[in-house]
Design a protein around this ligand. Structure first.
Ligand SMILES: NC(=O)c1ccc[n+]([C@@H]2O[C@H](COP(=O)([O-])OP(=O)(O)OC[C@H]3O[C@@H](n4cnc5c(N)ncnc54)[C@H](OP(=O)(O)O)[C@@H]3O)[C@@H](O)[C@H]2O)c1
Length: 264
């Protein structure tokens, strides 16, 4: 049974793994035997991240490239393939959010979010799948969001991109299942990372709303994604194609609790 989840001999690349959810998922893959490669695009953050991985007993190599740049992606993946080996597991995690009301959002900001959160997983997947097809299989995991399903004030670009990423996941799963490539997604709920740091402050009404709105009653810990990431990267998920697993403390399962003074 344990062998079903063993990733020994597999090469895994996680984008945006210099901190946050990417680092937690990358660490989980390495701890289950994968040879780990992490991507980031800020040299100082990469340097700090590589030290953190090392301090935690995780061997990894870092590759700095911008996931939205097709040329940089191609050069880096080619270098990884030539120096470490072809990629068996790709986690498209790099992402960004801009919290701006739609009426005030510049089109250039909207485009930037869509570029990072939706176009880049396509660029990455297309490049990596080329070699997966030649080698007879692979695993691709796209990091979606609850905003793949729900809207919220100020996140029009993010919701559009993450909703698109859900459908890209289903479409690539459909096209590539015949090559034994499983494409699936993980939809995290609200997790404590840099991206959500501006919200997680005492007195911020959104912070209180999120805790109240989550049936589990708390923010997710990035390590809560470890099991699902390993599962979707392993043999245990070989007949799972095009699914998004929401790891959200139950938010998407419920309409929410009544407010304190409105229990009707
Ligand atoms: N945190 C949550 O509650 C939550 C909920 C749902 C979904 N998600 C999704 O989960 C993923 C990770 O979230 P997080 O909270 O860990 O985010 P984060 O703390 O902001 O980390 C994002 C990572 O992506 C990297 N990145 C951004 N743009 C890039 C680019 N163009 N090229 C290469 N790397 C790039 C960042 O590098 P730099 O630091 O150098 O910019 C960083 O390593 C994202 O896709 C996010 O949308 C997060």
């Amino acid at each position: 049974m344990k062998n079903l989840f063993d990733l020994s001999g597999k090469v895994a690349l996680v984008t945006g793994a210099t901190h946050g959810l990417g680092m937690a998922m990358a660490s989980a893959l390495a701890k289950n035997g994968a040879t780990l490669i992490v991507n980031g695009h800020t040299p100082s953050k990469m340097e700090k991240a590589l030290k953190t991985y090392q301090d935690n007993g995780i061997n990894t190599k870092g590759f700095l490239f911008n996931v939205t740049n097709e040329t940089e992606v191609d050069q880096s993946i080619t270098e990884i393939e030539n120096t470490i080996g072809p990629i068996d597991i790709l986690v498209n995690n790099a992402g960004m959010i801009k919290r701006v009301p739609a009426l005030e959002m510049d089109i250039s900001e909207f485009r930037q979010v869509v570029d990072v959160d939706l176009v880049s997983p396509f660029i990455m997947s297309k490049r990596v799948a080329k070699t997966m097809v030649e080698r007879g299989g692979g695993k691709i995991i796209n990091i979606c969001s609850m905003m793949s399903e729900l809207g919220r004030d100020t996140v029009s670009a993010y919701a559009a991109a993450k909703g698109g990423l859900k459908m890209l996941t289903r479409n690539l799963a459909t096209e590539w299942a015949k090559y034994n490539i499983q494409v699936n997604g993980i939809g995290p709920g609200y997790f404590a990372t840099e991206q959500t740091a501006p919200i997680r402050v005492d007195g911020n009404p959104l912070n209180e709303f999120i805790i109240q709105r989550t049936p589990a009653g708390k923010w997710g810990d990035p390590e809560d994604l470890a099991g699902t990431t390993v599962f979707l990267s392993s043999k245990a998920s070989d007949f799972i194609n095009g699914q998004i697993i929401y790891v959200d403390g139950g938010i998407l399962a419920t309409i929410g609790k009544p407010l304190e003074n409105d229990k009707k």
